[in-house]
Design a protein around this ligand. Structure first.
Ligand code: DLZ
Length: 194
């Protein structure tokens, strides 16, 4: 059986402690989302990213991920020269609970962002429309801004598949861990290529 995960990534990231990484996640299918966000954060920390350099925000659903991702990148870039108190800026998309006081997180431009959502196919065409728009939107933001956008969107045909890929249950693998490593690798390389 073919290994469906990427070949081993570099294990050492000298720039990791200087990287600022954003995570924006949808709030649908929270059991999986919580596990995926935790998996991403754990692997960022394991790779050497500092806790205060990890910024987490949320949006209602996966449809809103491209907008949230774009806003979070833009807000981080203007933040250094403004009095913004959170990464979403004055017109915050947040409902407050995941907004952190400025003192707990560092400020400055994000070096990469992980956009996390879990779409589970239902009986209507919602799944197809949202999945396609979301992944195209996220790719466009990465290319337009030159900030690596890591695709953390699960498009699962069943709840079981989604759990399996969120590390929930026997023999499950948490894809959030891979997304954290991908963010550090792409952020490091992008800094190195600059
Ligand atoms: C409406 C909807 C549906 C049916 N399913 C999901 C889902 O499985 N995962 C997800 O992240 N979001 C879902 N949404 C919500 C949409 O993404 C969006 O938040 C709403 O349509 C409001 O724009």
């Amino acid at each position: 059986m073919l290994e469906k995960r990427p070949a081993a990534a570099p294990t050492s990231f000298p720039l990791a402690s200087t990287l600022r990484i954003g995570i924006v996640h949808a709030r649908w299918n929270t059991e999986c989302i919580d596990a995926l966000v935790k998996g991403s954060v754990d692997s960022l920390l394991k790779s050497g990213v500092k806790k205060e350099n990890i910024h987490i925000e949320s949006v209602p659903g996966s449809w809103e991920l491209p907008h949230g991702t774009s806003r979070m990148i833009a807000a981080s870039q203007i933040q250094a020269s403004s009095a913004a108190t959170d990464l979403m800026g004055a017109t915050s998309l947040l409902d407050g609970e995941d907004s952190k006081p400025e003192s707990q997180t560092s400020s400055g431009p994000l070096d990469a962002i992980i956009s996390i959502g879990v779409l589970i196919k239902g009986s209507t065409m919602h799944f197809e429309y949202i999945s396609e728009a979301c992944v195209h939107g996220l790719m466009r933001i990465g290319l337009d801004t030159n900030v690596p956008v890591i695709l953390g969107v699960l498009t699962a045909l069943t709840e079981e598949q989604a759990k399996q890929r969120s590390g929930i249950g026997a023999n499950a693998h948490n894809h959030g861990e891979d997304w954290g490593t991908a963010a550090v690798e792409m952020a490091s390389k992008t800094k190195g290529w600059a």
